[in-house]
Write a protein that binds this ligand. Structure first.
Ligand code: CA
Length: 361
């Protein structure tokens, strides 16, 4: 809230991490219930899954780990919240950070076990690391592969690495998050499912709140209230938390049943794809950073969407790609803030806002 109180035109735009995390867990549970007759590959009565964790200190990663453990009954509460720690390997069910869950399906009781989980961090310190996830599934599968019935990942980048390294050829459903184009396409080949953050709505909101502030109009313009070009969002795709000055895109599960609607993740959302008039909304200069230029979702989905919306909203955006590890790598390139009319910051760590706001004071 310190950051969001920087000035009267400061807002947060993101997606509802908890709603999406719960949805991912529910998606995996729904799959288990629908496919229980063929899911237990080694017939031991245990539905075993492995979990790729992105960053143990990251809000989204923590929420998604909790969402899966909550839905499958494998979570253990600590101080009122589900423990989100990685467990290493747990093939015997003895880990204390998780527990064996039980599912009653069609009159039969099954055990659900988190066989292994690990933060996918490489030797250089990069988290959410796809290559590390690919290596992990190779290690896990070589020692207890016949116990793995499901693979779950905190994101599609790691999920696809595991799918490509092992699960596709072994027919093991793999679930991710982000609805990256390659992951959505892989659903046709056995990828279990993913979660769309409605990146099309999220990218629009990112630039729309800037446009409204620059125009000096009500912040709801073109969001909950139709603008002069006919752009407006319905409340099933976003919500605004006024106390937190935060706009959130709502998530949707992408599975075998609906994936064809999500094959191109870089198409703008039709209800907010109308061009603004250049006379009424003159071109403004915006500085915008992506915290990690190598991140699959940000680079392949979010930024391409921003680049379409910046044209529609008459914004001249300079895109800066960070290294995903330090704020300084990004802030070092903001030496001339006077050259811009507005800023959008995508932080490496969610509590590092002061690294940016001090440059603008
Ligand atoms: Ca089994």
């Amino acid at each position: 809230m310190n950051a969001l109180s920087f000035n009267e035109n400061t807002y947060y735009v993101g997606f509802d991490a908890n709603q999406g995390a719960e949805l991912q867990g529910q998606m995996v549970l729904d799959y288990i219930e629908a496919n229980i007759d063929t899911l237990d590959r080694n017939g031991d009565g245990i539905i075993g899954y492995v979990l790729a964790i992105g960053d143990i200190g990251h809000n989204d990663s923590i929420a998604r780990t909790r969402g899966v453990r909550s839905a499958l009954g494998t979570g253990v509460e600590v101080d009122g919240a589900i423990n989100s720690d990685p467990i290493g390997t747990n093939t015997d069910g003895s880990a204390t950070a998780v527990q064996d869950g039980t599912l009653d399906i069609n009159g039969t009781t099954y055990t659900v076990r988190e066989l292994a989980s690990q933060e996918m961090k490489n030797s250089a310190g990069a988290t959410w690391d796809a290559a590390t996830a690919g290596n992990a599934i190779n290690t896990w599968s070589s020692s207890f592969g016949d116990q793995i019935d499901i693979v779950v990942s905190n994101n599609d980048g790691m999920g696809m690495a595991m799918f490509n390294a092992w699960s596709q050829t072994n027919g093991v459903p793999t679930f991710g998050y982000d609805a990256n184009a390659d992951a959505v396409a892989a659903i046709a080949n056995g990828y279990g499912g993913t979660i769309s953050q409605h990146a099309d709505v999220q990218a629009y909101l990112t630039l729309r709140v800037l446009r409204n502030a620059l125009d000096g109009v009500d912040i709801d313009t073109g969001i909950g209230t139709e603008d002069d070009a006919g752009n407006v969002l319905s409340d099933d795709v976003y919500y605004y938390d006024a106390d937190a000055r935060s706009y959130y895109a709502l998530n949707v599960a992408v599975t075998e049943e609906n994936y064809e609607d999500f094959l191109d993740s870089t198409v703008t959302y039709a209800p907010v794809s109308n061009q603004l008039d250049a006379a009424a909304h003159p071109t403004k200069n915006v500085w915008l950073n992506i915290y990690n230029a190598a991140d699959n979702f940000l680079g392949s989905t979010y930024q391409p969407l921003l680049q379409k919306y910046d044209d529609l909203l008459n914004l001249n955006v300079e895109y800066i790609g960070g290294d995903g590890q330090t704020e300084a790598n990004i802030t070092n390139r903001l030496s001339n803030p006077d050259a811009y009319d507005a800023f959008a910051f995508n932080m490496v760590k969610t509590d590092n806002a002061a690294s940016y706001t001090t440059l603008l004071s």
